[in-house]
Design a protein around this ligand. Sequence first.
Ligand SMILES: [Zn+2]
Ligand SMILES: [Zn+2]
Length: 261
Amino acid sequence: MIIRNETKGSKPKGGVMKITFAGCGDAFGSGGRFNTCFHVRCQSSCFLIDCGASSMIALKAQQLDPNEIETILITHFHGDHFGGLPYFMLDAQFFSKRRAPLQVLGPPGLKERFADVMETAFPGSSKTAPKFELTFEELVPGTSRVVGDKEITTAQVRHGPPEGPFHAYRIGVDDKVLAYTGDTEWVDELIEIGHNADLLIAEAYFYDKKVPLHLDLQTLEGKLHLIHPKRLILTHMNDDMLSRLTELSHECAYDGLQVLI
Ligand SMILES: [Zn+2]
Ligand SMILES: [Zn+2]
């Protein structure tokens, strides 16, 4: 018999958003952490930010019900942020018996990339129509879009070719703001994305090593006075960062961390 942990998926009490870090690892399993997947429960909605290759395992490890998730918001098409969608979809179709609509939001090219990743993981699967309504919407950097109870502001960040698509998001629900850098080197767009946010989740892949296309903590620290988040949680850390966890003066994510804002 499966005993569900009622507190994990339940509505936030005393807050607007309950964020569960189902996975906060990088692409390479550093620290034995699952790929990026943040589960956000609001009073009237439930959504994921990113769905990396290991995210179905991560969601089940946290006893989070995939059928509750109404929206999946994707930052970019790397496997550790996007590669879990085929497993989520097949679970929805054959095991969780999903009937409720599912909306996938992400960068331009989302629908084609989705078909590609489905075919790669399970050949023929993209030809099978789901038994639930599945919709896609491509978000345009530099714009804001109201989706249900969320206002989602999108920015282009730099994690590959300058034209992207790689997104950071600022998500407002009621009077609370959750911001996420996605994977990126420093770009000034992050100031607006994270400004005064109730929670900024920021990549800190390296401690002080400057590497194109990723953020290091030293660079981030030098910009924090401009972003001024009310709370900062570091994520997507490499082995070097993980070895320094006890000496860092910032809050750091771990798989299973729950935060209320
Ligand atoms: Zn990544
Ligand atoms: Zn990436």
